[in-house]
Design a protein around this ligand. Structure first.
Ligand code: NAP
Length: 348
């Protein structure tokens, strides 16, 4: 086969303490080509990338040289492909670890084709015994799903029936799964999100009370529907302050994300005295620390729940690496029509 273009999504310019800049922060580079039949594998394997996910944590890796990333993952390197959650199919292999036709999921360079030296830590051969869509391994059966399911198991276990649970960013990939886990435990779920469409589908997913935090006051809703036994925080700052003010005694908080602070890095919270007054426990969540303990159970249980329709998700699909900007901005500001944006990069 003649060489084909191997497009890459490269880190072009750090956005600093401002928002991601479409057309500038990342750009598509079409200058590389690859001959998939002859490219040297040196004992490794060649993947064709099928799907890429524009997860919010990627914002924390878009920092200037020498600046620390927001999370414990190496920041992007200027001029090189960003490393993003992806699913690919093995097209050639010189290692016994993977065979042609296997589907691999994990953090991979955002480009059409990738040569890997072997099945490195963090890469997983998808078994897909329940035949769910492969793209689900970037959402409900992937990092977002692991975050929701593993932290619920680790920090909550099975919630007491009737507990009141507040989930912020409840229509997103992580939040929508948390809503459903809380409902499976028989909790009353209060869900906040940023648009009428998202309010509608998170109610369909089971939330008892869903509201648009841009139009309704979080404090007023929690005054009426609280106090909170469990708060799942995806937002930080003012939303966390509202939850602290409306916590029940001995409430448990899971600090999963602080998206309101990702651009500015200003995560100021004013109501921390409530921790003492109400004996609140806050669990800081880093899913990477939970994966070794929970991965086997997760991949046994969650794809089955998805296949049986007991856990729902809703994808918004984008086409091609050049759509990354739209998919990422839509994910960050909640304008995608679904729980998860998926970029379709290639087909089998
Ligand atoms: N701790 C961990 O190990 C771990 C792992 C994975 C993800 N996370 C975090 O978990 C959170 C959810 O991740 P996800 O992948 O499921 O993303 P997501 O919820 O699908 O996307 C982020 C959503 O945040 C909402 N948002 C953006 N700015 C906001 C603001 N200023 N105030 C309130 N809401 C705002 C938007 O939805 P609406 O405005 O429409 O609600 C947006 O769609 C993120 O903060 C992510 O960084 C943590």
């Amino acid at each position: 086969m003649a060489p084909v273009t191997n497009s890459r999504l490269i880190f072009n310019s750090p956005p600093g303490d401002g928002p991601f800049e479409p057309g500038k922060t990342l750009v598509v580079d079409n200058s590389h080509s690859i001959d998939v039949d002859t490219v040297a594998l040196d004992g490794g394997f060649l993947l064709k990338i099928l799907f890429v996910a524009p997860d919010p944590y990627l914002r924390g890796l878009m920092v200037g040289p020498g600046q620390p990333a927001l999370i414990d993952v190496p920041p992007f390197i200027l001029g090189e492909s960003i490393i993003a959650p992806s699913v690919g199919v093995v097209v050639r292999s010189e290692t016994g670890d993977v065979k042609v036709g296997d589907h691999i999921c994990g953090a991979l360079p955002a480009q059409n084709y990738v040569v890997k030296p072997g099945l490195e830590a963090g890469l997983l051969v998808i078994q897909n015994q329940y035949n769910i869509p492969l793209s689900a391994y970037l959402g409900v059966a992937g990092l977002a799903g692991m975050t929701a399911w593993m932290a619920w198991k680790e920090f909550i276990g099975t919630a007491k029936k009737g507990s009141t649970v507040f989930v912020s960013t409840a229509a997103g990939a992580v939040g929508s799964f948390v809503v459903q886990l809380a409902k499976l435990d028989g909790c009353k779920v209060i869900a906040s999100t940023g648009s009428a469409d998202r309010v509608a589908y998170i109610k369909e997913f089971g939330a008892d009370v869903a509201f648009n935090y841009k139009e309704e006051s979080t404090d007023e809703v929690l005054d009426k529907e609280g106090p909170l036994d469990i708060y799942w925080d995806n937002v930080g700052t003012k939303t966390l302050d509202s939850a602290l003010a409306h916590a029940a005694t001995n409430a448990r908080f899971i600090s999963c994300g602080m998206i309101s602070a990702y651009d500015t890095r200003d995560a100021t919270v004013k109501n921390l005295l409530q921790l003492i007054a109400k004996s609140i426990t806050i669990y800081g969540l880093n899913v990477a620390t939970l994966i070794p303990k929970w991965a086997a159970e997760f991949f046994t249980e969650v794809p089955k729940l998805v296949a049986e329709g007991k856990v729902k998700f809703k994808e918004h699909r984008f086409e091609g690496l050049a759509s990354f900007d739209d998919a990422f901005v839509g994910t960050m500001n909640g304008t995608i029509n679904g729980t998860k944006a998926i970029i379709v990069v290639g087909s089998e």
